[in-house]
Design a protein around this ligand. Structure first.
Ligand code: XUL
Length: 506
């Protein structure tokens, strides 16, 4: 019996999931939380605290150590890791890893007797690098927009976006030219970890590569104009692009340390959202996905590639072929957790009691949920309450925050289309109250899957399909069955209109 491994390097944790294609089951999962399990890196929420909310960076060595530990834990759980016949993975999108000359030699010659982090601490030309939450590149986005105009969105699927890798590389080359000059390769989180597994330089896929403002989606090649406008001599620093999931290498002998068979196929990694598209069974057009994670995202496989006319959303490659649309909100679980802590509530009180104790519509209380400077709409900032009872209870506030988050999802996903069914994934998909708000606001059936780790599952499905030569559609049908669903109860179109009017007024 062959098993397949999917890894997911998320914002706050790294997961390893073992999948059995024979019956579509998840055999084992291990997880490493950066804040709790690796506190020496100083990233309690996945990034180094910084007084400027636009600066959000992390040391890539954190993810290296997390991958080592997740694999160690998987083996320690007693899972049949020796049966793994292929591996793939996904990474939080847009984050970049800057590697100095000699890095390839270091990953090609790993010593299975020493931990990865100990051997790789010297390979970075930038030991701390931006993650997707960073918004410090306004100047670079303006310069890229001026250089390329509408061609940027037409060719790459998005206008210049602050968190995207191209603007981030531009800022680095501009502000730290010596460190940029010492950079031999710029990888994404996904292609970097894939390279560690293979012990060699691995390509970027079009799902994650499209989040760089550098990739021409029509040709799956780097866009010459965007590359030239981003940084000097950038092309030789970028990896190859893999137009579709493929075997990109053989597993490095290092991983025998964790019980894996050296030489098994390593399959192209992708971004966490493209992997989730596969992992919830939405890789073919028809279903939309709402991922309630650190970021909240809304995405769907596209029938016809078409960008967001308002320039907030994106078109990425779909790992199953074709394209996918995506809209991303920074104030997802971090905002829910922040309000929960401020109000002194448990997760049960937040997810259940608050919704049982208040009517849909929160007695008129509206919330703009922008604790952190928001991505969608760009520049929105600040938490704001409006209307409602003179003395709203904490439960009113919880409901109004969640309803505000869902109103934002509705408002900014219209360009993606209308759907009768939404599939919900991510940690907050356990919050029943939030699922009802989604069903009511979208007037759609909301389905929750039995496997919550959709990005790791999607990566495992891709590994099984490519390395095991199995049909992705058949694997997906077996592995991504909904466990429960919620149907709409009440429609409140007036409330959506009131929220949109409030959002527009600030
Ligand atoms: C998507 C995005 C986030 C990250 C983190 O564009 O920025 O969803 O992928 O998960």
């Amino acid at each position: 019996m062959s098993l397949y491994l999917g890894l997911d390097c998320g914002t706050q944790s790294l997961k390893a999931l073992l999948f059995n294609p024979a019956d579509g089951s998840v055999v084992a999962v291990s997880s490493v939380h950066y804040g709790r399990d690796l506190p020496r890196h100083g990233c309690p929420d996945g990034f180094l605290p910084h007084p400027d909310p636009l600066i959000r960076q992390a040391p890539p060595l954190l993810w290296v150590e997390a991958m080592d530990l997740a694999l160690e834990r998987l083996k320690a759980s007693g899972a049949a890791v020796d049966r793994i016949a292929g591996v793939s993975g996904s990474g939080q999108q847009h984050g970049s890893v800057y590697l100095a000359d000699g890095w390839e030699k270091a990953v090609a010659n790993l010593d299975a007797g020493k931990p990865l982090a100990q051997q790789l601490k010297g390979i970075f030309s930038r030991p701390v690098a931006p993650i997707w939450m960073d918004g410090s590149t306004a100047e670079d986005c303006a310069a890229l927009d001026a250089a390329l105009g509408p061609e940027m969105q037409r060719a790459t699927g998005s206008p210049a976006i602050a968190r995207f890798t191209g603007p981030q590389i531009r800022r680095f080359a501009r502000t730290e030219p010596a460190a940029y000059a010492a950079t031999a390769r710029v990888h994404l989180v996904s292609s970097f970890l894939c390279s560690l597994l293979a012990g060699a330089d691995c390509p970027v896929d079009t799902g994650d590569g499209a989040g760089m403002n550098l990739l021409d989606l029509a040709t799956s090649q780097w866009h010459a104009g965007a590359v030239a406008a981003t940084a000097p001599d950038l092309l030789r620093r970028l990896p190859r692009v893999s137009p579709q999931a493929e075997i990109v290498g053989k597993l490095s002998p290092y991983f025998a340390r964790h019980g894996l068979k050296p030489g098994i196929p390593v399959v192209t990694w992708t971004g966490d959202n493209p992997a989730s598209l596969v992992g919830v069974g939405a890789a073919r057009p028809g279903l939309a996905v709402v991922s309630l994670g650190t970021s909240d995202t809304f995405f769907a496989a596209l029938r016809v590639p078409a960008g967001d006319p308002e320039g907030c959303g994106h078109v990425f490659g779909n790992p199953a072929g074709g394209g996918m649309s995506l809209i991303c909100f920074k104030n997802g679980s971090l905002a829910r957790d922040r309000l929960r802590r401020e109000l002194g509530l448990t997760w049960d009180q937040f997810g259940k009691d608050a919704f049982a104790a208040t009517p849909a519509g929160a007695d008129g209380l509206l919330c703009l949920p922008w604790f952190e400077p928001e991505i969608t709409p760009p520049g929105a900032a600040g938490l704001r309450w409006s209307g409602g009872p003179a003395q709203p209870t904490p439960y009113h506030q919880v409901r109004a925050l969640c309803e505000g988050q869902v109103a934002a999802l509705r408002r900014h996903s219209r360009w993606i289309g209308d759907f009768t069914h939404l599939r919900v994934t991510g940690g907050a998909s356990q919050c029943e109250g939030l699922l009802q708000v989604l069903a009511d606001t979208f007037q759609a059936t909301v389905e929750v899957l039995s496997v919550p780790d959709s990005a790791a599952l999607g990566a495992a499905l891709l590994a099984a399909s490519v390395a095991g030569n199995l049909s992705l559609d058949e694997l997906s049908a077996k592995a991504t069955k909904p466990a429960s669903s919620v149907t709409p109860k009440s429609a409140q179109p007036g409330r959506q209109a009131a929220w949109e009017a409030l959002a527009k007024s600030v």
